[in-house]
Design a protein around this ligand. Structure first.
Ligand code: NAD
Length: 421
């Protein structure tokens, strides 16, 4: 169990259901749709036997959950992590459904996971796990069925192996089967930065709503992976002073402001913040409670709980990770008057540019970086104000408003399609 988690608040699927129930109730969702949308469409668990470099054989467990296919192919990342559970993947798949609907791109929601620790695997072992996992879930994958993407512990190279494995079986190059691929392989310009860019756009719009100037704000970012690094860089470019960033090894802080570029160079060399000797170190728990204006949890689930929520100082939380706040902590953040940009809105830049990548692959015609960024800007700004306006209209939190928006869009399509019997 993640050391930051609190007993009773550690099941992300229950956390998703708690919010789903509140939003469904507020929408007055009928009982039939409630049952349909609460339940994942399809779940696959596979055993992944792998010949290891030392000659031994290991069997890893992999999951792929398709929560909803109502609006289009399932879309969602694949996570390689030793703590992955089926309930976590179920929650992440459902969040993808609501997220794709919040930004109104024609995808359903899916997610995958393999229980493994990539930091302890050789490149060859990682490739073997990826290819065998892909082969085992092949029947439910495809550009019109289910389109994976990177998540924690996976990257463009893993996507390239998935694309190749799928293509070898399909007997043609099927670039649109995954997104987050290297640009030379049909990836989209701007995809690597997309999630962090979307977070920056949400932070900017939220500060405007709060009447705050970026140049007068400080921020702390939990997680120094793809999302954390890009978000910290963009916040810095906006004029926000980033005073803390962390990874699994702990946090580094400097109240004068961190040199994010230097930290990213260090991470590119040694992969963790451990050994970055130029700043003070604090724990991940302390990082979350720093006296900053903006907090960006961009690592993993359930890090803000009923235990530490009362101690948070930030006025604005922009959720890079999926499910970083437990349902019990929601109420405390509301009472404290913290403006929360919820995960299914804040980190939707990733799925939005994944959608652009899928569209470009299918057209075989590729856009420039400015075109990608401009289209992302339009979608994120519209989604942000749709959610915040809805929150005001229905007098609910931004999180419940985002769920309401997403659920309503999926419910509308499900109603139109009817139930095949
Ligand atoms: P990543 O693997 O690139 O980085 C994860 C970072 O979090 C690393 O720095 C790792 O050390 C740190 N970390 C892991 N567990 C931690 C813990 N318990 N405490 C503190 N730090 C911890 O992953 P990523 O792609 O940056 O994804 C981060 C989060 O953002 C995940 O929740 C993911 O689902 C979500 N997300 C990612 C994308 C994307 O496009 N990559 C899109 C939407 C949401």
């Amino acid at each position: 169990m993640n050391p930051n988690q609190v007993l009773g608040e550690d099941n992300p699927f229950e956390a998703m259901h708690a919010r789903f129930d509140l939003a469904a109730n507020k929408l007055g969702l009928d009982a039939g749709l409630y049952k349909i949308l609460r339940t994942p469409d399809r779940e696959l668990t596979v055993a992944i036997p792998v010949l290891m470099e030392d000659g031994s054989t290991e069997v890893f467990t992999g999951y792929r959950v398709q929560h909803s296919l109502a609006r289009g192919p399932a879309k969602g990342g694949i996570r390689f992590d030793p703590n992955v559970t089926l309930d976590e993947v179920r929650a992440l798949a459902a969040w993808m459904t609501w997220k794709a609907a919040v930004v109104n791109v024609p995808f359903g929601g899916g997610k995958g996971g393999v229980v493994c620790d990539p930091s302890k695997l050789s490149r060859l072992e990682l490739e073997r796990i990826t290819r065998r996992y892909t082969a085992s879930i092949l029947d439910i994958l495809g550009p019109d069925r289910d389109v994976p993407a990177p998540d924690m512990g996976t990257d463009g190279q893993v996507m390239a192996w998935i694309m190749d494995t799928y293509s070898m079986h399909a007997r043609h190059a099927a670039t649109a089967v995954v997104t987050g691929k290297p640009v030379g392989l049909g990836g989209s310009l701007g995809r690597v930065e997309a999630t962090g860019r979307g977070l920056m756009i949400c932070a900017r719009e939220a500060l405007a709503r709060l009447g705050r100037k970026a140049t007068e704000c400080t921020a702390a970012v939990q997680g120094a992976g793809n999302v954390g690094q890009v978000t910290a860089s963009y916040l810095g470019k906006m004029g926000v002073k980033v005073v803390g960033i962390s990874d699994i090894t702990g946090a580094i802080v400097d109240e004068r402001g961190l040199d994010i570029q230097d930290i990213c160079s260090h991470l590119a060399r040694v992969r963790t913040l451990d050994g970055y000797g130029k700043c003070d170190r604090v724990s991940n728990a302390q990082l979350l409670e720093l006296p900053v204006d903006i907090l960006v949890p961009a690592a993993t689930e359930n890090v803000i709980t009923s235990r530490n929520a009362p101690n948070l100082k930030a006025k604005l939380i922009v959720e890079g990770a999926n499910g970083p706040v437990t349902a019990a902590a929601d109420r405390i953040l509301d009472e404290k008057g913290i403006f929360v940009v919820p995960d299914i809105l804040a980190n939707a830049g990733g799925v939005t540019v994944s959608y652009f990548e899928w569209v470009q692959d299918r057209m075989g015609f590729f856009w420039g970086q400015d075109e990608v960024n401009d289209k992302l800007e339009t979608i994120m700004v519209r989604a942000f104000h749709d959610v915040v306006d809805m929150a005001q209209r229905f007098e609910v939190s931004n999180r419940i408003a985002a769920y309401m928006l997403g659920i309503d869009r999926v419910a509308t399509i499900t109603r139109m399609r009817g139930i095949y019997a």
